[in-house]
Design a protein around this ligand. Sequence first.
Ligand SMILES: [Zn+2]
Length: 424
Amino acid sequence: MMMRRSKINTSRVFATRIVLIIFLSVLAFPLMGSQNAQAEQVTFENVQFFYEYGNSATIQAEFTSKQPIQGINLFIHPDQQFTSVIKIEKFDQNQILQEISTANLNFYPFTRVYYWFEVNFTNGKTFTSSSFWFDYVDNRFDWKQRAFDNINIYWQGEEDQFAQDVYNTSKLGLEKITEILDTSLPEEFKIIIYPDALSLQSALNMQDQLWVAGHANPSLGMVILSIPPGPNQKLELERQLPHELMHLMEYQIAGPSYDKQPTWLKEGLASLVELYPNPDYQRIIQKASQEKNIKPIVSYCNQFPADASGAFLAYAQSWSFLKYINDQYGSSSIQQLFLNYRDGFGCEEGFEQTYGKTIFEVEKEWKKTMLNMDVSLINDISISSQQISSSINVYSPYLLLSAILLVPPFFSGLWLSYKRKNEK
Ligand SMILES: [Zn+2]
């Protein structure tokens, strides 16, 4: 009995040892791996991204690594934009200090920019750092900032009352907007106010379009206005802010289809909710009507002309056309129009799907009612919107991302005087 028992004990001890060896080996492998992983860790400290707005930037960082490094890449990712990779040329003495041109990075003003490092070791392995970020504020100017509910307002100047006026106007604008569109604002958005159109144009790299006064980037939840101080400040705010807020709301309905929605629809509707409408729209449209210069609405399906006078007429016509549709067919039809375009219908098809009439038929009604034109003299127009769009100037690709533009009212005055001079 004893012997047998002892025999059993021996084989048990042997089995236990085997199990223990396997167990320890299993434990040891990850430990060895973890030691290697630790050797390939890089610690970054004092990381800073300095920049001069619209010009150049410098990345600075200190780092420590136990493994020899072959190269370092800097990844830059502005919110909702493409990621760029920049090779760090110098990283001597565990320090990075490199100038970067921001010209090709296309940072959008006031967006959050994320960046991180990828370290390649001589042993072929890589390490990716955690992410750092900064807000790309236009640091050519001093800004004041204040948050009301979900709205972040940036402005220049001393008066705190101005931010309150902006907030109050946004509330009034939203009341008017929600009379037409049944949707809600993004959870958070920014309103940035420049004191003049030139600074706004330079911030957006749009110096070639001197007629641009306001801009919205709905996917980023951002509205940028130019409101000069002075007696017209309130009127300009009441005109520009509801217009640009409407673009944010349109985006809430259209989503990713926003860029494909007809320009006459997006801009016409935004112009319609201006609390202080552009006083020149009616005048310019009557003049174009008298001169038989009214353009087919389908010529504004894909974009507006880039030249100032063409763009101005496009805004005026789209505003008037939307006013007619809203009065005649009701705001719910406009909401449905957005939804049909979101579902992929083309400019003409989506219209017919919504109203049961072609866009050309309703355009005729609009000309008769709003412009007092004798439509019996107008032949049925049947021009493909693609044909027209290929023959007119388009905005630069940079603008196409979010080209929501607004014409300042003073421009029309300039244009008229320019026209008068030329006519003389
Ligand atoms: Zn607009």
